[in-house]
Design a protein around this ligand. Sequence first.
Ligand code: S3P
Length: 177
Amino acid sequence: MEKTIILTGFMGAGKTSVGKTLAQKTGLKLLDTDKLIEKQEGTTISRIFQTQGEEAFRKAETNILKSLLKTKEKTKEPAIISVGGGLPLREENQTLLKNLGLVIYLQIQPSTVLKRLKGDTSRPLLQGGDAQEKVTTLLTQRAPIYQKAAHLSIDVDNKTLNQIAEEILLQSNIISP
Ligand code: S3P
């Protein structure tokens, strides 16, 4: 695999899990923007939202993307990159993502998100209030942006990690960014 593959999509879409499967299949390194930010800041995403606010987190996301792009230009090494669910929302990030590699949107239904994230406390945007309403509203707002920010969309509902990864590998050989 010569290409960098970037996985985007809503919280719970499986970006990290699909990323791991793809990394195993291709032998490429897996990078995750949430994890890189947590490492850089020395704390959790929830804590960053609490103490510095969402805007500071969004700035950190853009900075991470810029540094990933610099590294890629220097090393020319392809990778699998999974990004936080809100990262493609900034227009600046959309350009950075497309410069980084093939952007794949993992498309998921709100009901699957709710099933998967029941009891989860690590996503600050889904805490408190009516989870169903939050997921449905956010996903409806974001879906067209995810679509626009990606080269390719793949439905992930009712598919195994292996099926999704194979579909991505097949499509990524056909499509060039
Ligand atoms: C967010 C998604 C999270 C994380 C943060 C904000 C979002 O990542 O970046 O909580 O705005 O959708 P995951 O999509 O990996 O859960």
